[in-house]
Design a protein around this ligand. Structure first.
Ligand code: URA
Length: 246
């Protein structure tokens, strides 16, 4: 593969950012400075440094999308725009969204072809935190914190698992942070409904250790950084280990 493509795929920036890094002499291949973007490298055997960091190649792709409101979490739709319309065609093929966000919900959506990691993040057994900011119609009370903590009847067979509600503002309209450890259909909206409030704005802020990059604008995406992938995988390993022990 070309060196500039390799550096893009290992999260050192866009093609033009990577070209600038090469021009500045910040890249080395097997210990030798390399300035040619077209230089062919072998992702399995070459050692590549960029700005003092190793460029570690991953067989998987991990993208963070700032999903805007008004877009479906689906591969394609005859009438509506989907999250895949926001991703370049050459990256779309094998990616799947990790969990769904409603059409009117915005925020963090991870897309990956790493099935094991996706499974870990979504599996109810692993209880990975999903954190949301919600604006609701109606007042939130201290008692609602307890209700979220104790689990709510939202019309399913089982009550919801304990969730954390942090009230930021209460009034005719209220604002709060909600942390869930599961992901049922319309869960946040149904939990607020159960305490008499209607969600009017919902944004996912994080999933496990992965937080939405607030420098992205709605509709923008970027590849995950090496350390973000490592942290998610570390959690995956740690929780699987803990699960096996119980
Ligand atoms: N809960 C909801 O109600 N909607 C979402 O999009 C995500 C969580």
């Amino acid at each position: 593969m070309r060196l500039d493509k390799y550096l893009c795929e290992t999260s050192f920036g866009t093609r033009s950012q990577v070209k600038a890094l090469l021009k500045k002499g910040l890249v080395s291949v097997n210990g030798e400075q390399e300035k040619r973007p077209e230089r062919k490298v072998d992702e399995r055997s070459d050692t590549i440094f960029c700005g003092g960091k190793t460029a570690v190649y991953s067989e998987f792709t991990y993208l963070m999308l700032y999903k805007p409101a008004g877009v479906l979490t689906a591969r394609s739709d005859r009438r509506e725009r989907t999250v895949f319309d926001l991703i370049p065609a050459d990256l779309r093929r094998n990616l799947s969204p990790v969990g769904r966000l409603d059409k009117d919900t915005e925020g963090l959506l991870l897309l990956t072809d790493d099935g094991a990691l996706a499974h870990h993040l979504l599996s109810p057994r692993h209880h990975v935190d999903k954190r949301y900011f919600a604006r609701v119609q109606g007042a939130l009370r201290e008692a609602d914190i307890t209700s979220f903590q104790e689990g709510l009847d939202i019309g399913d067979e089982h009550k919801t698992l304990p969730a954390k509600l942090e009230i930021q503002k209460s009034g005719i309209e209220s604002e709060a942070l909600v942390t869930l450890h599961e992901g049922r259909y319309h869960q946040v909206k149904r939990m607020f409904q159960a305490v008499g409030c209607e969600v009017i704005y919902l944004k996912r802020l994080s999933m496990g250790s992965l937080a939405l990059d607030e420098s992205l604008a709605p509709g923008e995406w970027r590849r995950l950084r090496e350390e973000e992938i490592a942290l998610l995988k570390k959690e995956e390993g740690a929780r699987d280990g803990a699960g096996d022990a119980n």
